[in-house]
Design a protein around this ligand. Structure first.
Ligand code: ADP
Length: 264
């Protein structure tokens, strides 16, 4: 990529301008490439469940008279599962496109992190999927109320907890903790699960990136969950990072600005 700083200005600043234009074109090309890749990914993701649904429906339409009840039920269950897949894909795509729009609709209100996380963890402890997991919370009660969008932050925790449950074997521990660090609040969502290989770590916040495609799909993943997490945290002026060791576990680190108790 060409930038103004790598090549000296040619004729009294005009060259610099030309280089700037060149730089801008490269940026546009890159954006265009990202957009094309995104459309290709979306089409691919939609095609698989749609073709399964189409195939099973056609078989049922043609042959349901001769089919055993058990087979019909099995076919319908498969159709249902793939319809759910399409549904979560569309929901996640809509959420992402809203988050990326000019007005992402952030509705900040003074929120106690302790009660927000407490409520979410209570809900997760009652879920059948969490039956064999230990779920702990440790939010420093001294953290003052934060001016955040509680619904969007709930989605962040749900996406991270869903992943923690999906990618950790029974018997694992999941812990959400938070403490104040000077002017920031640091929130950790940690699990003792399978971990993420080092080579994949720089990519996991990218749209549709999955470490194991098959495994993620089988578990109902869209590959968009972490992308949504990153967008929501950045909208709040925060940052997200990840620390993981294969076979030991994964920790997501969310950093939010502290002390925002009034509107900016
Ligand atoms: P998905 O819908 O596939 O879960 P995400 O964007 O939420 O998509 O996550 C991207 C990928 O990162 C996942 O497919 C999975 O491979 C990996 N991943 C996310 N969270 C964890 C975790 N807690 N432990 C291990 N791997 C994880």
């Amino acid at each position: 990529e060409v930038t103004g700083s790598t090549i000296p200005a040619l004729d009294g600043g005009k060259g610099k301008w030309a280089l700037f234009v060149l730089h801008d074109i490269t940026r546009q090309k890159r954006l265009e490439l990202v957009r094309k890749e995104f459309v290709a990914n979306v089409s691919h993701e939609l095609r698989t469940p749609l073709s399964v649904i189409k195939g099973y429906v056609e078989t049922l339409v043609d042959g349901h008279h001769e089919m055993e009840l058990a087979d019909r039920t099995r076919f319908l269950a498969t159709i249902h599962r793939h319809t759910e897949r399409l549904n979560s894909l569309l929901e996640d795509l809509l959420t992402l496109s809203r988050l990326e729009s000019i007005n992402p609709g952030l509705q900040r209100e003074s929120t106690s992190l302790q009660s927000l996380v407490g409520g979410i963890l209570e809900d997760y402890r009652g879920r059948p999927a969490a039956e064999h997991h230990q779920i702990d919370g440790d939010i420093d009660p001294a953290i003052e109320p934060l001016l955040i969008d509680p619904l969007k932050l709930t989605q962040v925790f749900e996406n991270l907890l869903d992943n923690a449950l999906k990618y950790t074997p029974a018997g694992s521990r999941i812990a959400v903790s938070a403490k104040r660090r000077t002017s920031e609040i640091e929130i950790l969502v940690a699990d003792t699960g399978q971990g993420i290989p080092e080579a994949d770590l720089p990519h996991i916040f990218e749209r549709f990136y999955r470490v194991e495609k098959g495994r993620s799909r089988d578990k109902g993943g869209t590959g968009l969950g972490l992308s949504i997490v990153k967008h929501i945290i950045q909208l709040h002026g925060g940052r997200v990072s990840v620390d993981s060791t294969v076979g030991q576990g994964t920790t997501f680190i969310l950093t939010l600005p502290a002390g925002k108790t009034t509107h900016e």
